[in-house]
Design a protein around this ligand. Structure first.
Ligand code: PGA
Length: 256
């Protein structure tokens, strides 16, 4: 299976800055087979960057989109508009869930709309600090997984990526803590067990599961060797070119 290194730029970089960053990244990166490097710029940068990118080296991801293809939805962009521009879309990031109040029902519709428009969803799930403290992690993971995938048929589950992002480990969270490899391994196993319950054992093994939360060049190697982890979703460190390229090189080293 490929290793996914996904940079989530969140609300950072103007279109010009994003383009300069992409240019530098394209220059710095060799064409690593088996490492799928993906960047998720702000929505208005996707179209110009799609003309600039070399898709053999780097793919583009949206950070979000709406589930209806067109209509009276002021301010939204649709997955049908992203078709051919972005290969992936992050869906259900905790910032969407908690700041913009997206629930599992809406997230499920977005996952369905992405697949229908040939955009691969990166479905984010993860518990809060208090949910973990109250021993609710397994329930939250199951609910978000079952809820988010409720519109995905057996035939389409191979078009989905799951990202486990414990909210307490995301760098923008107040007093963020680093997740330990053991904590991650435990939840990733849970994710695969839930996937196996819904879609069967074989399928569960083949769905890529990424980890995200304060990933940086010093912990990327340890996180990438957690059993069942197929890649990383990186926020803060992906904004700094040499940190992001360091992580990609680490992936190349530990996964080949
Ligand atoms: P972080 O963000 O790497 O800055 O913790 C990860 C994310 O929110 O996707």
């Amino acid at each position: 299976m490929k290793t996914y290194i996904v940079g989530n730029w969140k609300l950072n970089f103007t279109v010009g800055e994003a383009s300069i960053y992409l240019h530098k990244l394209l220059t710095a990166l060799p064409n690593y087979r088996n490492i799928e490097v993906v960047v998720a710029p702000t929505a208005i940068a996707l179209q110009p960057l799609s003309l600039q990118v070399d898709r053999h080296k780097i793919k583009l991801s949206a950070q979000n989109a709406f589930y209806r293809d067109y209509g009276a939805f002021t301010g939204e962009i649709s997955f049908s508009q992203l078709r051919g521009i972005a290969d992936y879309s992050i869906i259900g990031h905790s910032e969407r869930r908690y700041i913009f109040k997206e629930d599992d029902k809406m997230i499920a519709k977005k996952v369905e709309a992405a697949i229908r428009n040939k955009v691969m969803p990166i479905l984010c799930i993860g518990e809060t600090e208090s949910e973990r403290a109250f021993g609710e992690t397994a329930d939250v993971i199951r609910d978000q997984l079952v809820g988010g995938l409720s519109e995905v048929s057996d035939d389409d589950i191979d078009k989905v990526i799951i990202a486990y992002e414990p909210i307490w480990a995301i760098s923008s969270t107040k007093s963020a803590k680093l997740a330990t490899p053991d904590e991650i391994a435990e939840v990733v196993e849970l994710i695969r067990k839930n996937l196996a319950d819904i879609y069967g054992e074989k399928v569960a093994e083949n769905v890529p599961v990424l980890f995200g939360g304060s990933v940086n060049p010093s912990n990327a190697g340890a996180y990438l060797t957690v059993p069942g982890v197929n890649g990383l979703l990186i926020g803060g460190a992906s904004l700094i070119l040499n940190e992001f390229t360091d992580i990609i090189e680490t992936a190349k080293r530990v996964r080949s």
